[in-house]
Design a protein around this ligand. Structure first.
Ligand SMILES: [Cu+2]
Length: 150
């Protein structure tokens, strides 16, 4: 009898501990689940592509100084209908006002700042990300990145 009582108590204790662990973990997982839903339900479906503004500078055999700016990477690939946040960090050059050919997308990348460009294309093709500053100056190189939508 004595033995049984102890056993019952320990069963009850074990059940209580079990119930506490279960409810704690349910609370924890539902909470962590809702946190990720609130903070990044979209982010999970939105891929990030990071880009920087770079610069090449050299002296040609003629002695002429040549300086070109570029988006780096110079080519990025997207699936048709895919959502991507293109995050461009301004590193070289003070300002790069840009547009994406064939879209309404335009903006500016400033030195030391990150510009986030949400992308989603419903047509396949190659879209040019063009920096307005360097496109028309007849400089050695235009500042163009290619967005390839497959
Ligand atoms: Cu530029």
């Amino acid at each position: 009898m004595q033995f049984l009582v102890i056993k019952k108590r320990s069963i009850i204790t074990a059940l209580l501990v079990f119930a506490i662990i279960v409810s704690a973990s349910v609370w924890f997982f539902s909470k962590s689940g809702s946190v990720s839903v609130f903070s990044s339900s979209d982010d999970k479906n939105v891929r990030e592509i990071h880009m920087v503004t770079g610069e090449y500078k050299t002296k040609m055999p003629s002695g002429e100084e040549v300086e070109v700016y570029r988006w780096d990477p110079g080519t990025i690939f997207l699936e048709k209908g895919e959502k991507v946040n293109l995050k461009i960090l301004g590193v070289m050059g003070s300002e790069h006002p840009f547009y994406i050919e064939g879209t309404d997308i335009k903006g500016t990348v400033a030195k030391g700042e990150e510009t986030v460009v949400p992308l989603e294309f419903d047509k396949k093709g190659t879209y040019q990300l063009i920096c307005d500053t360097h496109a028309h100056h007849g400089e050695a190189g235009q500042m163009i990145a290619y967005i390839v939508v497959k």
